[in-house]
Design a protein around this ligand. Sequence first.
Ligand SMILES: C[S@@+](CC[C@H](N)C(=O)[O-])C[C@H]1O[C@@H](n2cnc3c(N)ncnc32)[C@H](O)[C@@H]1O
Length: 246
Amino acid sequence: MDILSKTNPAYAPPVTKLAEKYGFNIISTLTDQPVLEYIDGRLSFYTPSVPAETMCVDFLKGRTGYRLSTTANTSQPLLKAINYKTGQRLRILDATAGLGADSMLMAVSNCEVTMCERNPVMAALLEDGLDRARDSDQPISAIIDHNISFIHANAINVLKERSQEFDAVYFDPMFPERKKSAKVKKEMRLAALAVGDDEDSADVLKQAIAFAPRIIVKRPLKAEPILAGFARQLKGRSVRFDIYQR
Ligand SMILES: C[S@@+](CC[C@H](N)C(=O)[O-])C[C@H]1O[C@@H](n2cnc3c(N)ncnc32)[C@H](O)[C@@H]1O
């Protein structure tokens, strides 16, 4: 993946750091390929043909910030699915952290969340969003400090080595988008571009079932389960949670 280093010298050190950490290729002029760039202080991913549509992680405002400020309550289907009870401190492995929205919802509910993301672009965006929120003077800063840790890894390895550390594993792999319409959210299109399809989902889930006591799989409402054998399903308006239990 390319990362654009422009003239603002303030961004040179973080660009170099990211390039070293994730193997990105530093460029100084845009090509026609998707690219990472610091825009208004936020690491952003976009395609040069549609520069107005960017993907970044912002826990301070926008959709995620709004969701955080309004919906950290136990009626959330996700919190029901992980079997969250007020006052409990569940230890969750989010095996597919992505842009971190689901992780953050669990973290604001005082779960101890280990975010795991293997894709370098998504990992870099997520780390940038976490760092900016941690450095802010907002309450989210303390939540990140106390409740979130992040690892750039394939969840299969984490499951093999650390499963006993978690009460539950949350698994939300990419789902091939069938409707190629304008309705498909910009973020989902850009995430699909960065990640592709998670074609090994069944293998990861098998590993999770072998090692973890409880696994919650998020699926589009009408999609086939990744594997048979779930203990129960919890259905929302557009998504469903398949719950596997050892
Ligand atoms: C649909 S997104 C997750 C969205 C996330 N729940 C959120 O709230 O933003 C799926 C993500 O899981 C990651 N992923 C898929 N399989 C993985 C694995 N085995 N280990 C680590 N990350 C994985 C993909 O790279 C992608 O970023």
